[in-house]
Design a protein around this ligand. Structure first.
Ligand SMILES: O=C(O)C1=C[C@@H](OP(=O)(O)O)[C@@H](O)[C@H](O)C1
Ligand SMILES: C=C(OP(=O)(O)O)C(=O)O
Length: 439
């Protein structure tokens, strides 16, 4: 079975209360970056808690093709033998980023400063995602990157270019664009400065600092200059808040549930869903807050609560950008109306996440109306039926949660891509008490 096998389907729900304690896999954003910086560093980086997902494995394979030795001593562990900033070797074959926007956009930045040419390709979904947001500012830094018509992948990155730092204000809040510019900035003359319209996840900044690169950053701002070196360091990857999100919603909405999610990464730029669910009346307690590998981590105890619809504050949107499919499920079964706005970015993810969630929830009887930058959802009961994930991992898992509360069984189509971010979802969901399995 490959991640692009669109014939794979699940049947899910109805389910019973969720119980016990689970740990979701490693953070995808941190895993991508750990391999990238480890590869460009001098020395050996040991990554623990690495996400064994298709997206992050694709990034590791790209660096292997570029001459980096990466060992897998055990599952969720990688030893990256860094080659230094100028030690990568060009590849004649195209570099396949799979389904990963993060992989392709960050690599565009890192490869723009190399002496050799590279071609970045992706799967059908990634091949439709906008790349001008990175190619245009990288071009302003002196890079030359060709796209196909409309600014789409494949990306042909020309090597041997002299890069210079720029000061750039992002038109949309995007950690991927910020990170692409910072990675190109490692190779640039002078300062690279990025301003954001709203702060986004700062893993690249934190990890560059941990690898010894001088960098100044604060929420919404980052500045570095070229001409330094990265020094290998060990990276402990926390459990992915975005994967925990499905269980936060499921245990909140399924009567009688009480579930403990262990060691979840609590970087404030990721936990917007927690704030939104609490506004809706959720009962989620942070236990044993601590720091692991330089990141805040906590165990999250979730108990069933009656949720009410809310207007989701726009300021939370970037901090929960990947959690809207799950939030729409909570809204569909909450009491009253939920309004989401300021979230047009959802239309350019692995699928158009406003359209795919609206279509699927409507097929289950929900009352949801799309708007250009969000949706208006009037909560109620859900029935069984058939829904499509359109190859989008987060959509598939969100429908699996919705199915638990449906009056009948739900068939969820095109689910293979769940392996991109959450391999083993069905087994873990079943362990917690959900009903989901291969159709
Ligand atoms: O930098 C990252 O690791 C990510 C940034 C976000 O994308 P944008 O930068 O497009 O908002 C997010 O949706 C994606 O899942 C991971
Ligand atoms: C948008 C996502 O990832 P990416 O942009 O890396 O494909 C996601 O995981 O929800």
């Amino acid at each position: 079975m490959s991640a692009s096998d669109s014939s794979q389907a699940w049947t899910a729900g109805p389910g019973a209360a969720l119980r016990g304690s689970i740990r979701v896999p490693g953070d995808k954003s941190v895993s991508h970056r750990a391999v990238m910086l480890g590869a460009l560093a001098q020395g050996v980086t040991r990554v623990t808690g690495f996400l064994e997902g298709e997206d992050t494995r694709a990034t590791a394979r790209v660096f292997e093709r570029l001459g980096v030795r990466i060992e897998t001593p055990s599952a969720s562990e990688r030893i990256v033998h860094g080659v230094g900033l100028h030690g990568l070797r060009g590849s004649d074959a195209p570099l396949d980023c799979g389904n990963a926007g993060t992989g392709m956009r960050l690599l565009a930045g890192a490869l723009a400063g190399q002496a050799f040419d590279s071609v970045l390709i992706g799967d059908a979904s990634l091949s439709k995602r906008p790349m001008r947001r990175v190619t245009e500012p990288l071009a302003a830094m002196g890079a030359r990157i060709d796209t196909v018509e409309g600014g789409l992948p494949p990306l042909r990155i020309h090597g041997g270019r002299e890069l210079r730092g720029i000061e750039y204000t992002l038109p949309v809040a995007s950690a991927q664009v910020k990170s692409a510019l910072l990675l190109a900035g490692l190779y640039a003359q002078g300062d690279t400065v990025v301003h954001e319209p709203h702060p986004t996840r700062d893993y690249t900044e934190r990890m560059l600092a941990a690898f010894g690169w001088p960098i100044e950053f604060s929420p919404g701002y980052a500045r570095l200059s070229g001409g330094h070196a990265l020094r290998a360091t060990d990276v402990a990857v926390p459990a992915d808040f975005s994967s925990a999100a499905f269980f936060l919603v499921a245990a909140s909405v399924i009567p009688g549930s009480e579930l403990l999610l262990e060691a979840v990464g609590m970087n404030p730029r990721r936990t917007g869903l927690l704030s939104a669910l609490r506004l809706m009346g959720a009962d989620i307690v942070e236990e044993n807050p601590r720091s692991e590998g330089g990141e805040p981590v906590a165990d999250l105890r979730v108990r069933y609560a009656r949720l009410r619809g809310v207007e989701v504050p726009q300021a939370l949107v970037p901090d929960m950008i990947d959690e809207f499919p799950a939030l729409f499920v909570a809204a569909a079964v909450a009491e009253g109306r939920t309004v989401v706005s300021g979230a047009a970015e959802l239309r350019v993810k692995e699928s158009d996440r406003i359209a795919t969630m609206a279509a699927g929830l409507r097929a289950l009887g929900a009352n949801i109306k799309e708007t250009p930058d969000g949706a208006i959802v009037d909560g109620g009961a859900l029935g069984g039926g058939a829904v499509e994930s359109h190859g989008d991992h987060r959509i598939a898992m969100s429908f699996a949660v919705a199915a638990q509360l449906a009056a009948g069984e739900v068939r969820i189509g095109d689910v293979a891509n769940v392996a991109t971010s959450f391999p083993g979802f069905e087994a873990l969901a079943a362990k917690a008490g959900m009903r989901v399995g291969q159709a």
